[in-house]
Design a protein around this ligand. Structure first.
Ligand code: PGA
Length: 248
């Protein structure tokens, strides 16, 4: 059985003071949650977030990690820096990183290998754009992202994949539950083909893209969907808790 994992991706939102307030509001709302709960917050919020989640079930994540140990990489944050704060998860290859900051499958692969080597748990994002979808290229794009992004990776036990169709991110458009399930099933079949049935069966794959309390239950009921990566709805305690508590 794969344990569901709901992760918030705060993106470039919330100052440290706002982060503390949001976490304090969230904690009682998810105290009895069954899924694993993670919040991935801006670097500047990590310290205060670590303190604020103490005594709760919430786990801490960052939104990226450098591929190098240290050195001349202005603007980057290393795995050791994150680990010292107590960060457990890192998002890698989010479509906004790919779209605005030149992230490629190659750099995703480098960051992923570094995260794994340092004992961080990566949430690796894949997904097609609207144009790719309309040109019937979804499978081709996902195949490239998975095969190149996960190149040379052998141990998937700490890895989570987030399938995020780019056209559904922040747009209010959600993939239908059936569609998301089918595409995630395809990603699982890709993993099975290259890394074997046991790896594919144990691997947790989230859906991301305008997930909210009103559609979480339907999405989470799907066989292949093991959780959600939540952007906009993670910025309001009640909405995020509504997704975490999708079963109630
Ligand atoms: P959204 O973002 O929930 O606001 O669509 C999801 C994501 O980008 O991770």
């Amino acid at each position: 059985m794969r344990k569901p994992i709901i992760a918030g991706n705060w993106k470039m939102n919330k100052t440290a003071a706002e982060a503390e307030a949001l976490i304090n509001e969230l904690k009682p709302l998810i105290a009895k949650s069954k899924p694993e709960v993670v919040i991935c917050v801006p670097y500047t919020d990590l310290w205060i977030a670590k303190k604020a989640i103490e005594g709760s079930k919430i786990k801490l994540g960052a939104e990226n990690v450098a591929w190098a140990d240290s050195g001349a990489f202005t603007g980057e944050i290393s795995a050791d820096m994150l680990k010292e704060i107590g960060v457990e998860y890192v998002i890698i290859g989010h479509s906004e990183r790919r779209q605005y900051f030149g992230e490629t499958d190659k750099t995703v692969n480098m960051r992923l290998k570094q995260a794994l080597a340092k004992g961080l748990k990566p949430i690796v994002c894949v997904g097609e754009t609207l144009t790719e979808r309309e040109k019937n290229k979804t499978k081709k794009v996902l195949k490239k992202q998975v095969l190149e992004g996960f190149k040379d990776v052998t141990d998937f036990s700490n890895i989570v994949i987030a399938y995020e169709p780019v056209w559904a991110i922040g747009t209010g458009k959600t993939a239908t539950a059936e569609d998301a399930n089918k595409t995630i099933g395809y990603i699982r079949s890709l993993v099975k083909k290259t890394w074997g049935a046991d790896v594919a069966k144990a691997l947790r794959i989230q859906y991301g893209g305008s997930m909210k309390p009103s559609n979480a239950k339907e999405l989470m009921a799907m066989r292949n969907i093991d959780g959600g990566l939540i952007g906009g709805a993670a910025l309001k305690a009640a909405d995020f808790a509504g997704i975490v508590n999708y079963k109630d």
